[in-house]
Design a protein around this ligand. Structure first.
Ligand SMILES: [Zn+2]
Length: 187
């Protein structure tokens, strides 16, 4: 039987509502995107690993710290669990965009770290779902299938110039299509 794929998820704009020009600094700022928790619950049995990769430059800019982010992520994990879903790992880049680190998307550092932690991850059998040009570039760089959740209009020009495999209005729409089109044994 074919190995189940890995799902890489962007956070802001995919799992929760994006705060345009701002950051989710506190748990109360973390508002799930419509249907996203249900979607992760539906997708969970189809993937061997589900990994979040998120740029959180608000830390590098001094607008929040890692304790704030940890509190946000504990809320996210609790909500996902309550919806019957699973997140195997949450990777974040805390750096200011000007630092030029190896982890801020579109760089691939967070996904490479996930594969170190979960050696069964095969990028050729992985999906990257995000709303940004950086997400699509990361997925493309590592040979993943790329899924754009539409809505980040600031990136429209960059996205128009990129190879993107699938486009959906929401994570829930992706889940419905993925499940309908996938033939795997789900325990
Ligand atoms: Zn970084």
């Amino acid at each position: 039987m074919e190995q189940k794929p890995t799902l890489f998820l962007d956070r802001d704009g995919v799992i929760n509502r994006r705060i345009s020009g701002g950051y989710v600094r506190h748990p109360e700022d973390f508002i799930p995107a419509k249907g996203a928790l249900q979607a992760i619950g539906q997708l969970t049995p189809y993937f061997s690993r589900i990994v979040v990769v998120t740029n959180q430059a608000g830390i590098g800019k001094g607008m929040m710290d890692e304790r704030d982010l940890d509190a946000v992520h504990r809320k996210m994990q609790a909500l996902v669990h309550a919806a019957g879903g699973r997140l195997d790992g949450i990777y974040f880049c805390p750096h200011h965009p000007d630092v030029g680190c190896a982890c801020r998307k579109p760089a691939t550092g967070m996904a490479l770290q996930a594969r170190i932690d979960f050696p069964d991850i095969d990028f050729k059998n992985s999906w990257m779902v995000g709303d940004s040009a950086g997400d699509m570039q990361l997925g493309h760089s590592l040979g993943m299938r790329t899924v754009l959740i539409e809505g980040k209009f600031e990136d429209s020009a960059a996205l128009a110039a990129m190879p993107i495999d699938y486009r959906f209005a929401s994570l829930l729409d992706f889940a419905a299509s993925f499940i309908e089109n996938t033939v795997v044994n789900v325990p």
